[in-house]
Design a protein around this ligand. Sequence first.
Ligand SMILES: Nc1nc2c(c(=O)[nH]1)N[C@H]1C(S)=C(S)[C@@H](COP(=O)(O)O)O[C@H]1N2
Ligand SMILES: [Mo]
Length: 161
Amino acid sequence: MVDAANHEHDPLRPHRHDPNLQPPSEDASFTVSWAGQQARYTPEILAQFPAVTLDDCYIVSTGHGTSGPFSFTGVALTALIAQVTQGTSWREVAVVSEDGFGVRLYRSEVDALPATRPALLAWAIDGRPLTRREGLVRLIEPNETDDALRQVKWIARIEIV
Ligand SMILES: Nc1nc2c(c(=O)[nH]1)N[C@H]1C(S)=C(S)[C@@H](COP(=O)(O)O)O[C@H]1N2
Ligand SMILES: [Mo]
């Protein structure tokens, strides 16, 4: 089984990272690729999916402090994947920002997240739209308690394999 342990030198499995505070552009749209196909999504399209709101989320950045609690609203990552893959089996998903920072999540990890605390493609914070500076559209993995390596701001591409 492919998993984290086999990918020590994968740039999308970083061990630590100094956060970038400057949005790389103003464009909050992103592409989703799967099986040779590509589609473009916007925050407006995400807002048409069932909205999930998670309270008590923290951005825990070891070495540069913790912020929160925040309430994030967005689409469950698995809901977007299910729409794109149409129920076909998938193995991993890379969520990558335009500034080059990103994370690779294996399906085993995504499936192991608590059903009530799923990974979100967040477009709102504390009941109002996320600003671009705050990361629009941002991956929120509410169970992460160290380094914030999964809290990817400014998503530019999602690649499902
Ligand atoms: N696109 C992008 N997302 C990112 C980062 C980054 O450099 N680029 N840094 C990560 C790290 S290491 C931290 S600590 C948090 C910081 O989040 P904040 O800027 O909202 O406090 O963002 C995470 N997401
Ligand atoms: Mo961090």
